[in-house]
Ligand binder design. Structure first.
Ligand code: SF4
Ligand code: SF4
Length: 345
């Protein structure tokens, strides 16, 4: 696979040229935070960032998406026929995605694209997306990617990776998709051995900066009932506000709800992100709610991420260690501490 070196201005110019082939998304300053936005004319990506507050998951899995539409007018020959809403899947590239967020797509893929089930919209959107990652030279204090199968320069789930080496970026292709992307990039020159060695040193020093970790090794051996009935859930859930921030910010949460919205004789069937932390999420039409207590919902979130998912998919835990839920939970509920309780229970 190709490796190339670009000056920072050359790389920005290359991206501009590539926007003729791909719809490009990149981190753009948005108030106090960064968000992944379309790099249209006049919008310059800011690669000098830690990570975006929201992961770029919505670029493959929109927060709200019309999936079907129908007509209720009985006089219409198409009355009551559910039709798939028209969709487009333009070739796009997410440039500057962090390795943890690219890894997260692989975690979610186990649910949306597996031998038993393929979610057509997620799969088509994912397949038309190129993930061009940016290595993390300065991981945050809340990052623990290296203890869940990732790392600050990890290529898992990426199509290409670029590394900030001061005056230059080293860009390397990881997959054929990444090779095609890099092949279309103008400018740049070959990466010599000295640059490749420096990149390895940078990777090692970045890895050393990650001091945070999560322990989950023993959870797999424990029985579901043993963990489900653990004595610590009331304490874990005590302060939780059920605000749902942890699930909405999480790049590996995928729960959704489907709702019909009807205006006059026209109806849309819409898929919206939902959260296991909300009581309505599990409210049955009968009025019964199997998870009507906060402690049940908090337990569900951690059991799903650290027990049910690993048992079901044998693909590690359902967490890429991005640290968002740790950093943004208003009452400091920390998945690393909960994992420690489950691991030692
Ligand atoms: S962010 Fe914190 S308070 Fe809000 S639902 Fe998640 S665990 Fe509870
Ligand atoms: S559970 Fe928390 S740390 Fe893990 S991927 Fe989700 S937001 Fe990131």
């Amino acid at each position: 696979m190709t490796s190339k070196v670009f000056t920072k201005e050359e790389w920005i110019k290359s991206l501009k040229d590539l926007s003729g082939t791909y719809t490009l998304y990149g981190p753009v300053r948005d108030g106090d935070f960064h968000s992944f936005s379309v790099l249209e004319e006049g919008k310059r990506p800011d690669f000098d960032f830690r990570n975006s507050r929201l992961s770029p998951k919505s670029l493959v899995y929109p927060q709200s998406e019309r999936i079907f539409e129908y007509i209720l007018d009985e006089n219409s020959p198409e009355a009551n026929i559910l039709k798939e809403s028209p969709k487009e899947y333009p070739l796009k590239a997410i440039v500057g995605i962090r390795p943890c967020d690219a890894h997260a797509f692989q975690i979610v893929k186990a649910n949306f694209d597996n031998p038993d089930y393929k979610d057509p919209w997620w799969v088509k959107r994912f397949e038309s997306t190129v993930l061009v990652g940016l290595g993390c030279n300065e991981p945050c204090a809340t990052c623990f990617c290296s203890s869940v199968g990732g790392g600050p320069f990890n290529e898992r789930g990426l199509d290409a990776l670029f590394i900030d080496m001061g005056e230059i970026y080293l860009v390397r292709a990881v997959t054929e998709k990444g090779e095609a992307f890099l092949g279309k990039a103008s400018g740049g020159g070959p990466a010599d051995d000295a640059v490749l060695m420096d990149a390895k040193d940078l990777e090692a020093s970045s890895l050393e900066k990650i001091t945070s970790s999560i322990s989950t090794g023993k959870i797999k051996e424990k029985g579901i009932n043993e963990l489900f009935n653990g004595p610590f859930w009331e304490d874990v859930a005590f302060a939780c506000l059920n605000c749902g921030a942890c699930t909405y910010l999480c790049p590996t949460c995928w729960c959704f709800d489907i709702q019909d919205e009807v205006i006059g004789a026209e109806g849309d069937r819409i898929r919206n992100w939902d959260s296991c932390m909300f009581p309505l999420f599990t409210l049955h039409g009968s009025g019964h709610n199997p998870r009507d207590k906060k402690v049940q919902r908090v337990r569900q979130r951690f059991m799903h991420k650290l027990k049910y998912y690993p048992d079901r998919y044998d693909n590690g835990v359902q967490c890429s260690g991005c640290g968002r839920c740790v950093g943004y939970c208003p009452v400091n509920i920390d998945i690393r501490q909960v994992a420690a309780l489950m691991n030692t229970a």
